[in-house]
Write a protein that binds this ligand. Structure first.
Ligand code: TXA
Ligand code: MG
Length: 328
C-alpha cells in the first residue's frame, strides 16, 4: 500500500523528489493522464514500473523533463521542425520521439535508438520535476499509471484503484485533481524528414502542420491497420488497449440496462444508463476515461458510445475508442 498525498506543498514535492532519487515510484498528475514515475536514470526503479504495470519490458517509456534546458542531455539530434514543435507546444500534451543520447539507456527506450520526451503542463508535475532536477536528477520516466492494457487514470483515486495492490509503502501517489485534457499526449516521431504522428492527441495534425510548415506524414486514423513491425512497440498502438471490463460498442443502438456515453445533444434512449453527456469534444476527451471507469463501478456488461465526428481532438477520441471496442 502506497502513501497518498493530497496536499502537495513545496515540501511534499521535495519529499516526493527524494523518494524518486531513492528509487521509489511516484504517481503524479499531468494534464493528459496520471503517470507512474521513476527516476529515468535508475534501472532498478524503472524495472519496478514494468512490474507494477504488468507491462512487457521491451515497451519504451516517455521521459518527462521540466524545461527545454534539460532536453539536450537526453538526445543526440533534433530537426528544425522538432525545435519549432517543442517551443510552441511545451509544456503541453505532446511527446517527441528523437534520436537518443547515451543517457537514454535501453531500459528506457526498449532497445531502440530513439527516446520519447515530454514537458507536461501541470504545476504539480513541473514542481516535482524541478525538485528532482535540483537533486541532480535528469528526468522522470512515466507511463500512464494503469495496469497494462487498461484505461488510463485521470484522477488520483483511479490510480489508487489500479495500482495500490502493486505499490509498496515507500511509493507515493500525488493527488492534483482531475486531468484537464483526459487523453494521452500526441506522440510525434521526429526522426524523419517529416513529422509523423504515432498516437493522436490534443496537439492535432492542423496544429503540427501550422507550426512546422510541413505536411504530417501518415494518417493516424489508418495507423492501426497499417502498423509496421517496429511500431508494435508503441504499446498504445496495440489494437486492444484502453479497455474497461465492460464490452464497448460504438455507434450502435444501446440495449436496455447498458451504459451510454454521447455528446449532450444526443438524447438518452429509454432504459439506458447515461454515464456522460459532454457538451463539447474537449469535454468528451476529459470525461471519457472516468465515464468508462464508472461503467465498471456499476458492473455494467456493456457500454455504448456515440463517437464525436470531425477532425482535431475527435480523431484522438475515436482512436482510443476503436481500441477500447476491441476488448481485452
Ligand atoms: O500523456 C502521456 O503521454 C502520458 C503521461 C503520463 O505523460 N504517458 C503515457 O505513457 O501515455 P505510456 O507509456 O502509457 O504511453 C507512451 C507510449 C507507449 O505506447 C510507448 O510505446 C510509446 O509512447 N513510446 C515511448 N517511447 C517511444 C519511442 N522511443 N519510440 C516509439 N514509441 C515510444
Ligand atoms: Mg499507457
Amino acid at each position: 500500500m502506497s502513501q497518498f498525498l493530497s496536499n502537495c506543498s513545496a515540501d511534499a514535492l521535495a519529499t516526493a523528489a527524494q523518494a524518486l532519487k531513492d528509487g521509489s515510484l511516484v504517481a503524479f498528475p499531468t494534464e493528459t493522464v496520471y503517470g507512474l514515475g521513476a527516476d529515468a536514470t535508475n534501472a532498478a526503479a524503472v524495472a519496478r514500473i514494468y512490474e507494477v504495470k504488468g507491462r512487457p519490458s521491451d515497451h519504451p517509456l516517455i521521459v518527462h523533463i521540466a524545461d527545454l534546458k534539460y532536453l539536450d542531455q537526453w538526445i543526440s539530434e533534433i530537426p528544425e521542425y522538432g525545435i519549432a514543435l517543442a517551443r510552441n507546444f511545451w509544456p503541453g500534451p505532446m511527446t517527441l520521439i528523437l534520436k537518443r543520447s547515451e543517457l537514454a539507456k535501453d531500459f528506457i527506450t526498449g532497445n531502440q535508438e530513439t527516446v520519447g520526451i515530454r514537458i507536461p503542463d501541470n504545476s504539480l508535475a513541473l514542481g516535482l520535476l524541478e525538485a528532482l532536477h535540483k537533486l541532480g536528477g535528469a528526468g522522470i520516466a512515466a507511463p500512464s499509471a494503469n495496469r497494462f492494457g487498461q484505461v488510463s487514470p485521470t484522477t488520483a483515486s483511479a490510480v489508487k484503484e489500479e495500482l495500490s495492490d502493486y505499490l509498496s509503502e515507500r511509493d507515493l501517489i500525488l493527488d492534483g485533481g482531475p486531468s484537464e485534457v483526459g487523453l494521452e499526449s500526441t506522440i510525434i516521431d521526429c526522426t524523419g524528414k517529416l513529422p509523423r504522428i504515432l498516437r493522436p492527441g490534443a496537439i492535432t495534425i492542423e496544429m503540427i502542420e501550422e507550426v512546422s510548415g510541413l505536411e504530417v506524414s501518415g494518417s493516424p486514423e489508418k495507423k492501426s491497420d497499417d502498423l509496421k513491425q517496429e511500431d508494435i512497440r508503441v504499446s498504445g498502438s496495440l489494437k486492444n488497449h484502453y479497455a474497461p471490463k465492460a464490452k464497448v460498442f460504438l455507434d450502435q443502438q444501446p440495449l436496455d440496462g447498458s451504459g451510454f456515453i454521447a455528446l449532450e445533444s444526443i438524447n438518452t434512449p429509454d432504459g439506458v444508463i447515461r454515464l456522460a453527456a459532454p457538451e463539447s469534444v474537449e469535454e468528451f476527451a476529459r470525461v471519457l476515461y472516468s465515464a468508462l471507469r464508472e461503467g465498471d463501478h456499476q458492473n455494467l456488461d456493456s457500454i455504448y458510445i456515440a463517437q464525436p465526428a470531425g477532425e482535431g481532438l475527435a480523431i484522438a477520441i475515436r482512436d482510443r475508442l476503436s481500441r477500447s471496442a476491441k476488448g481485452r
